[in-house]
Design a protein around this ligand. Structure first.
Ligand SMILES: C[S@@+](CC[C@H](N)C(=O)[O-])C[C@H]1O[C@@H](n2cnc3c(N)ncnc32)[C@H](O)[C@@H]1O
Length: 232
């Protein structure tokens, strides 16, 4: 399944320049900055996509490394951040199990809206093990936008937040773009996105980490999704 998604993300797609996605990165950045004080921290963004989150972090820290499996996104980011010598962008093989090759330890590690394109829960566990190798004592790893099997979709919450936070029209616009570009929806139907049992994952990784917390707060535009905050 995941190869189909890798092919999808490796080409230009409807999310690359989406206003909704830009807003998503701002919301995630604001939350993370309050929580982790990102200033001058060493940051890794796993599955960095077109670098939206990196662009926000750049306001306060430029010690950032981004990795992705998409040639398209990696070359976009290399061009976008060419003037910043401390921003490094690398192409990785799927599931990022060779992160140790970065040969560096980070303070804060992000992985936003990525694991739903993995094939199974074991790949998520392996990602966490791989991240541990580039972490030190106290490193925080935030896996955000997780689709939990036990989640109920609350559409009222979904739309009310979009009004409250001022991205209602971007949401509608993205809905229209999705409607007229059926490729994403078609893939979603054929190779459904991975829904995990977040509590089971927590149990499996508890011993690997100092602390694991499941967050229910709406820290992205996907307000019905959950997040795992891991401390090593
Ligand atoms: C929805 S985008 C999120 C991008 C970025 N994290 C953000 O928040 O803007 C999903 C990202 O996951 C990466 N991805 C997709 N399938 C993957 C897979 N099977 N393994 C690893 N990464 C994958 C894509 O290349 C893409 O950059």
């Amino acid at each position: 399944m995941s190869n189909k998604w890798i092919n999808y993300w490796s080409k230009k797609n409807i999310w690359s320049s989406s206003k909704l996605w830009k807003k998503n990165s701002i919301i995630l950045f604001n939350y993370s900055n309050k929580k982790f004080f990102l200033k001058n921290k060493k940051i890794l963004d796993i599955g960095c996509g077109s670098g939206e989150l990196i662009e926000n972090i750049l306001k306060i820290s430029n010690n950032i490394c981004g990795v992705d499996i998409s040639n398209n996104y990696v070359s976009t980011c290399i061009k976008k951040f060419a003037q910043y010598k401390d921003i490094k962008i690398y192409l990785f093989k799927k599931n990022y199990d060779e992160l140790f090759k970065l040969n560096k330890k980070f303070d804060i590690i992000f992985c936003n809206s990525v694991i739903q394109y993995f094939s199974n829960e074991n790949q998520v566990i392996n990602l966490i093990k791989s991240v541990k190798k580039v972490s030190k004592r106290g490193t925080k790893f935030l896996i955000s936008d997780i689709m939990d099997k036990n989640d109920k979709k609350d559409y009222i919450k979904f739309f009310s937040y979009s009004i409250l936070r001022g991205y209602f029209f971007s949401l509608i616009f993205q809905g229209v773009v999705l409607f007229f570009n059926p490729k994403y929806r078609k893939l979603e139907n054929e190779y459904q996105l991975l829904e995990v049992d977040i509590k089971r994952i927590k149990k499996k990784i508890d011993k690997l980490c100092k602390k694991v917390v499941i967050l229910n707060q709406p820290i992205t535009v996907n307000v019905n999704r959950k997040h795992l905050l891991i401390e090593f």
